[in-house]
Every structure is written in structure tokens, then in C-alpha cells.
Design a binder for this molecule. Structure first.
Ligand code: GLY
Length: 304
């Protein structure tokens, strides 16, 4: 039975398209690529792809990754410019024995060689926001609160499981800064025997807990996706709090080999979309107070 889950409300339309592919007997790979491209191409989403908010130098640097849970191969690009659909480059890199994770110019050259469409990812709106931010004396660099990395996990009828991620990263980041999204084990992990996980939020924090690998590891040891998400996030939050830090901005999703899914967050509310045995719906995970990252996949509503 196919299943799919994605991060944030912005993934909803893409997930609907991706799930339709799965229902028609298509592959998890085509479902994930279609769903993420839909977000990358939408200039209204300013943390992913076209229209993504620039780095401090006014340029847009893209991170994306792809992992095949049946082969354990991954592909990714980081800090790359002008690739219209970073997820396509990441997918094409997946399966290479060497050179599967390319940064900057190398990633761009690969995309051009593969014939992928290139474009300036900046819009008038994103440049205006960048110029406005430049004027601010005390700039705060926070993780996005309403959207961030688009992450998708899909399981198809053939037993294939794929995870993909794509983001333009933090607004006003330093050029060259890379978050969790293209880093295996942190922003994503997938082993089709046990399940897959992906993360969104402040990459600098997510990487400290290798959150996605930890979640899959917990599912391997018998935890449900919801339990695994909560436990992995709780352990990291507990460490942060014991170090005198706040709980941070992190949200995670997971799916096991049976297509059951779950999520957890440190935010007050984290919307995600999912589908299994039914049409895609939007759900909300809810965070607890500091040190108690908790979630409940309480249904939010049927449409974004
Ligand atoms: N989670 C995306 C980033 O930190 O860049």
C-alpha cells in the first residue's frame, strides 16, 4: 500500500500530485521528484528553489539531497546556484559510487552537463527583502517558523522507499554555509527495511543530533514512527536544555516500512501532509514546553 509524507503546508499540492503517481502504480522516486519540484518552482515559497531568500551577498545558494532506501545510495548538491530544480540534480547523483555529493561550481557544472534547466533563482520580491534586510543594524538569523526545507518520503507498491530534501537555507546566511538538508543522517536518512526520516528547522542544531539517522535507528529497534520522532528529538532537546540553551527550532517526519508515519516538533505547531489508504490530508504536530518536545499528529484540516 503506497504512502507519502511531506513537511509544511507548502508541500500539500505537490504531495497530492506525488500520491496520485503512487496510486497509479508509479515509483516512489517519481512521486518524490514531482512533489518537490512543485515546491521548488513556486516563487511564493521563499525557503526553497525559485524565489528562495538570498544569502548575505544577495545570491541564492541551494542545498538538496536524495536517498534510495533500497540501495542506501544518496546524492546531493550543496551551496549551488542557478539550478532550477535542485532535487533533479540530487536524484541524478544518487547511485554514483564516487562523487555523489557535489558543492558549488562542481554541482552547477554537473547540472549543465546533464542538461538540467538553469535559471536565476532570485525574484524582484526576494531581492527587495534582501535589500531591506541589509539596512537593519541588528540582524537576527532565525530558522523559518512557517516553512523551511521541503522534505518528502514516499513508499510505493513495489516496496521502494525514497526520501528527498530541498532548500535555499537560512535567509542572509554566509555564502558557503550549508545546513542539514544535504547531510546524510542529519537532514535525511532512508533504509527501506526499517523506514525513513527527514528534518527541517535550524540545520546547525539538527546536525548536532544526527536526527534522521537516529530516528531510523529507533524504528529499526522497534519504535513506531511517532515514538521514534519524539524520542530522537526529545534527547537532543534535553541535551540542549542541559547546556543552558533553548529547545531550538526543529521538526521531523518519519515513515516505517509499513507506510505508517509520524512527526515531532519543538515548535508550537508544525504542519505536515501525509497519505496512506486515503487522500492526502494536512496534519499538525504540536510541540511541548522546553525540554519536552512532544508531538501529536492531530488532524488539522483536510486542505491547506
Ligand atoms: N534546515 C535547513 C537549513 O538549516 O539550512
Amino acid at each position: 500500500m503506497p504512502a507519502m509524507i511531506g513537511t509544511w503546508q507548502m508541500c500539500f499540492e505537490g504531495l497530492q500530485e506525488g500520491y496520485a503517481i503512487l496510486q497509479n502504480g508509479g515509483t516512489a522516486g517519481d512521486a518524490v521528484q514531482t512533489a518537490i519540484m512543485r515546491v521548488e518552482d513556486n516563487a511564493d515559497y521563499n525557503s526553497v528553489g525559485f524565489g528562495g531568500l538570498p544569502a548575505a551577498d544577495g545570491r541564492v545558494y541551494l542545498d538538496a539531497a536524495w536517498m534510495d532506501g533500497n540501495t542506501l545510495h544518496m546524492g546531493g548538491i550543496m551551496s549551488a546556484e542557478n539550478i532550477r530544480n535542485p532535487i533533479r540534480a540530487a536524484r541524478l547523483l544518487c547511485g554514483r559510487e564516487t562523487n555523489c555529493l557535489l558543492a558549488g561550481r562542481g554541482a552547477e557544472r554537473f547540472a549543465v552537463e546533464q542538461g538540467l534547466p538553469m535559471r536565476d533563482m532570485r525574484t524582484e520580491k526576494s531581492l527587495a527583502q534582501w535589500r531591506e534586510e541589509l539596512q537593519k543594524a541588528n540582524r537576527q538569523m532565525d530558522a523559518y517558523r512557517e516553512h523551511d526545507t521541503v522534505c518528502m518520503i514516499a513508499l510505493d507498491d513495489h516496496g521502494s522507499m525514497i526520501v528527498g530534501t530541498s532548500t535555499s537555507g537560512l535567509f542572509m546566511k554566509e555564502p558557503g554555509r550549508v545546513g542539514d538538508s544535504p547531510i546524510i543522517g542529519s537532514g535525511f536518512y532512508c533504509d527501506a527495511r526499517f523506514g525513513a526520516a527527514a528534518a527541517t528547522g535550524l540545520g546547525e542544531d539538527i546536525m548536532r543530533g544526527c536526527l534522521s539517522y537516529e530516528i531510523v535507528s529507533l524504528m529499526k529497534r522497534g519504535a513506531s514512527p511517532d515514538e521514534a520522532c519524539q524520542q530522537a528529538l526529545y534527547e537532543l532537546v534535553k541535551s540542549k536544555v542541559s547546556l543552558g540553551e533553548d529547545e531550538g527550532s526543529m521538526s521531523v517526519i518519519a515513515m516505517n516500512a509499513q507506510g505508517q508515519y509520524g512527526a515531532a516538533t519543538t515548535l508550537r505547531i508544525f504542519p505536515f501532509a501525509a497519505a496512506k489508504n486515503a487522500q492526502p490530508r494536512l496534519y499538525a504536530a504540536r510541540g511541548g514546553k522546553a525540554g519536552h518536545a512532544a508531538s501529536s499528529a492531530a488532524e488539522l484540516k483536510n486542505e491547506p
